[in-house]
Design a protein around this ligand. Structure first.
Ligand code: NAD
Length: 345
């Protein structure tokens, strides 16, 4: 494992900084690279604040926090950041051409035995991997937001990925305290986003049939045991992320995945959810629903979608039912997996 002791993180945004914190907390030395000093500074400060909060809550010792922070460094030079790194994790914005450009630069500077992992949510691992000189060492390593909290990591081999690379990344994810699941096929949205985002889109379509968001959210929360109803969840994920993933699904999987009218409208109006203070709900005050609000909503309408999309994932050879259930519970916080739900129904 020694050769993996140094990890380079490319892109220190929401995901990159979280992955850096997780890595340093598990004993890896990490260097974050981004395009502006201001961003790197912000990322470093956020990690420092996160660790301080843990110390205040008694979940981490003072000395340990200092040691973790001591393992985090930043760089504005890509060649310097990847030099000597055993693993490079990329978390730059979700755009194929940008990712390919970044990876061809990484590939030119990294050591020949380094493993390359992209955190893409919806792009093809194989097509990104074609930008590097050794695609057998390239893989998808999909963390969930926030990476410091969410235990699941989807590990997605592309068409050229070697078994050795799969094993190495699985081992690193475990060393980070995560639960890796191997996704058998490089397919849009992998397991969790494919099922979850399709379900969220269907919830938005139900608005066109006269249901209200409060009714659906309350129904799913109180009637189906979801931690959050679908509209509150879309606001949390961000309507831009939901919309862009659905556009990829529409293009690659067909017109059934076209974004619902309400999702598209909010995206165009830049009402992206919590991050812009308005999405389906207004966040100047915390939205709430009561059990009463859910009356008249049959949760089966949406649970059936979760189950049927999960079946497609299995039929298409992306994962087996046990893996789908495990991934949906850990990556989407479902109270039970879609196949467990189907068995109970
Ligand atoms: P973000 O916008 O918060 O961060 C991206 C960072 O990349 C920014 O700091 C930006 O300055 C930097 N960047 C831009 N161009 C760069 C370049 N050429 N070289 C280096 N850095 C550059 O985005 P994010 O939400 O962290 O998403 C990053 C990736 O993770 C995307 O592929 C996304 O699909 C995926 N992802 C996101 C989430 C999520 O919930 N946000 C969850 C899982 C996966």
């Amino acid at each position: 494992m020694e050769k993996f002791d140094r990890i380079a993180i490319i892109g220190a945004g929401v995901m990159g900084r979280g992955i850096a914190q997780v890595s340093a907390s598990s004993g890896f030395n990490v260097v974050m690279f981004d395009i502006e000093q201001r961003i790197l500074q912000g990322a470093f400060e956020e990690i420092r604040r996160g660790l301080r909060r843990m110390v205040e809550r008694g979940r981490l010792g003072e000395e340990e926090a200092t040691a973790i922070l001591g393992r985090v460094s930043t760089s504005l030079s890509l060649p310097e950041a990847v030099e000597g790194a055993g693993l490079v994790i990329e978390a730059v914005p979700e755009a194929l051409e940008l990712k390919r450009r970044v990876w061809s630069e990484v590939s030119a500077s990294a050591s020949s035995d380094a493993v390359f992992a992209t955190n893409t949510s919806s792009l093809s691992i194989t097509s990104i991997s074609e930008a590097v000189s050794r695609p057998e060492r390239f893989i998808g390593m999909h963390f969930f937001n926030p990476p410091t909290v969410m235990r699941l990591v989807e590990v997605i081999p592309g068409a050229y990925t070697s078994l050795e690379t799969v094993e190495a990344v699985k081992g690193i994810a475990e060393r980070m305290g995560k639960t890796p699941v191997i996704v058998k096929k490089d397919s849009p949205g992998f397991i969790v986003n494919r099922v979850l985002i399709t379900y969220l889109n269907e919830a938005a379509r139900l608005l066109e049939r006269g249901y209200t968001k409060e009714q659906i959210d309350a129904g799913m929360q109180y009637g189906a045991g979801m931690p959050l109803g679908p509209f509150m969840l879309m606001d949390l994920i961000g309507l831009d992320i939901v919309y862009n993933i659905l556009k990829v699904f529409e293009e690659k999987l067909g017109p059934n995945y076209r974004p619902a009218t309400a999702v598209e409208r909010l995206f165009r109006e830049n009402k992206l959810g919590r991050k812009t203070s308005e999405g389906f709900y207004n966040y100047r005050e915390a939205p709430k629903v009561s059990e009463e609000d859910g009356r008249g909503f049959n949760v089966k309408l949406l649970l059936d979608i979760l189950i049927s999309e999960a079946r497609k994932v299995v039929e298409e050879g992306i994962a087996d039912p046990e893996t789908v259930d495990k991934a949906m519970k850990l990556g989407a916080n479902l109270p039970s997996g879609p196949f467990e739900m189907a068995r109970r129904a």
